[in-house]
Ligand binder design. Structure first.
Ligand code: SF4
Length: 535
């Protein structure tokens, strides 16, 4: 039976961490409840690993720093000194969780790290990763980016045969499967276990003597291989290699397992021919523009999205401006194609900490204003094309439009560099439910009126797929098309594992209650750090 090796240092820190009948009235009535929601799509996580480097934990810390955008709720590192695994994880940003003293407590030449945004299980310390356990073969740590779609069924099966889970995440299921395997070697046990799970999983695993990277047969989430001298590295995105001055070697292929130990690197492909379904939303929004994923640079893809957007939705205007920073590359592309000058109409404040004042008492739309300040000198009397990457609920976008109007913009033409998001994601991106996705429940004209813009244009699915260079069938577009590449369990949402536990008794209901409170608190923290974020 796996045993969780982490200790909870301080419990208090756990909390840190087309429309049918839609009318304008209905839209308006939703605003008050949604304006306080966290109107930002979140990625599942960022993972990093390094093998055979004298400063493995410190390199992992730096790698996680570069991957911080993939998860802000918790961070953790596990290092191997060759005989034992040592771990530390807490709620909060990488810079909050680790200091020199904590890094010194993680000796050894190999390490893995994880930054988390929760897509299965609440934002609690017990759900932070890497998960580190001891079992019959020794110790193993795992960091997971993605979502398992058969987690409920597997967990039910494992519990009914005696497994005791420490977390409410889907990732722990993988550890239990490995621990219970009757295969003699770790690699065989891993392969046997991975063949039972379905969904999106890019993984880093660490044992006393090896680092392992895994990418699911669909390759939903990225995973890259790098080198620094003799040290090999794994990272969700190549921007992590740039920071530590490592060289990008190649991507781990969909369906590939790479085992790195003293003998070097071995590649296993036990799943048969891969069926790639790369998450195209990584290119639209999640990945950093300076990263290379799915075979190409993210900034260049976004620029092409912007060019195509200009071709599909031209308009007479004086300037093109992005919603910074996620709209920057697409806005540049729109400007190049339309020959309308690019200007910065909003300045982003990157230094946002938590505030103890309740600002709404003094300032309307505080969370939007604190993050973005419109430039009156640029906007006054101008016809403005505003380029953003996506619209989820629409509430943040609407607040930004209001602030652009207040700054004197004469016309606002909103252009979105992806199609309308109509369906939820089951592969590791935390979109709200279908009912909360504004484009899913309202017509484009209703969304335009709600946002308060003069015109609104979304990129077409064809335009989106035309901007990436891989074969069209090798990308997942399910949140735009409803065409899900692998079937999913409809009853499984982010809290499904907790709800199932919760249905069995009072104690469990309390667990769920704690989780919700912690989640709300973590969300508040995120909002305070980042304003309402991007929409
Ligand atoms: S549904 Fe959308 S967000 Fe989810 S994996 Fe597919 S493209 Fe990405």
């Amino acid at each position: 039976m796996p045993h969780n090796c982490f200790e909870t240092r301080d419990a208090r820190r756990e909390t840190r961490g087309k429309s049918v009948v839609a009318s304008e009235y209905l839209l308006e009535s939703r605003v008050s409840s949604l304006e306080s929601a966290d109107d930002v799509p979140h990625d599942a996580c960022g993972i990093f690993g390094v093998s055979d480097h004298p400063d493995a934990a410190r390199l992992t810390y730096l790698g996680l720093y570069a991957l911080q955008h993939r998860g802000e709720e918790s961070a953790g590192i596990v290092a191997s000194d060759g005989e034992r695994l040592h771990g530390h994880r807490e709620m909060g940003l990488v810079s909050d969780v680790f200091d020199e003293e904590e890094i010194r407590k993680l000796p050894g030449r190999s390490a893995i790290g994880h930054v988390r945004y929760s897509t299965t299980g609440s934002s609690l310390l017990k759900n932070a990763q890497p998960i580190l356990v001891t079992y019959a073969r020794g110790s193993i740590a795992i960091g997971h980016n993605g979502n398992l779609i058969n987690a409920m069924a597997l967990r039910r099966e494992l519990e009914s045969s005696g497994s005791i889970f420490q977390t409410t995440t889907d990732s722990e299921i993988i550890v239990h499967l490995i621990a219970r395997s009757s295969q003699r070697s770790l690699e065989d046990a891993l392969v046997e276990s991975l063949k039972r799970i379905k969904g999106a999983f890019s993984l880093v695993l660490l044992t006393e003597d090896r680092l392992i990277g895994v990418r699911d047969p669909n390759g939903f989430r990225p995973l890259c291989l790098g080198r620094l001298g003799d040290a090999m590295m794994l990272a969700s995105e190549t921007c992590a290699f740039d920071l530590v001055e490592a060289e990008f070697v190649r991507e781990v292929e969909p369906g590939e397992i790479v085992v790195i130990d003293k003998q070097g690197l071995r590649s296993l492909k036990p799943f048969g021919p891969p069926t790639p379904s790369h998450c195209i939303f990584e290119h639209v929004y999640f990945a950093r523009p300076d990263s290379r994923i799915f075979g190409e640079n993210v900034h260049r893809v976004r620029e092409r999205l912007g060019r195509q957007l200009a071709r599909e939705h031209p308009v007479a205007a004086d300037i093109v401006m992005p919603i910074p920073d996620s709209g920057n590359s697409a806005a540049l592309g729109y400007s190049y194609e339309s020959k309308i000058p690019f200007e910065s109409g909003m300045i982003r404040n990157h230094y946002i900490g938590r505030t103890f004042i309740q600002p709404s008492q003094f300032v309307r739309d505080f969370s939007v204003k604190v993050k973005f300040n419109p430039l009156r000198e640029v906007l006054e009397g101008r016809r403005v094309v505003v380029v953003d990457d996506s619209i989820v609920r629409g509430t943040t976008c609407r607040a930004r439009v209001k602030s652009l109007r207040r700054a004197g913009a004469k016309e606002i033409h909103m252009r979105i560099s992806c199609p309308p998001i109509l369906y939820p994601c089951f592969y590791g991106i935390d979109f709200p439910t279908k009912d909360e996705l504004i484009a899913s429940t309202h017509t484009i004209e209703e969304v335009r009126k709600f946002l308060g813009v003069d015109t609104l244009g979304f990129l077409s699915v064809e335009g989106l797929l035309g901007a990436v260079t891989g074969p069209k069938q090798s990308y997942c577009t399910a949140c735009f098309t409803g065409d899900y590449p692998i079937a999913f369990d409809k009853e499984q949402d982010k809290y499904a594992l907790e709800q199932r536990i919760g249905s069995t008794g009072q104690g469990s209901r309390e667990l769920r209650g704690q989780s919700v409170v912690a989640e709300a608190s973590a969300t508040t923290g995120r909002m305070a750090r980042a304003g309402l974020g991007h929409d």
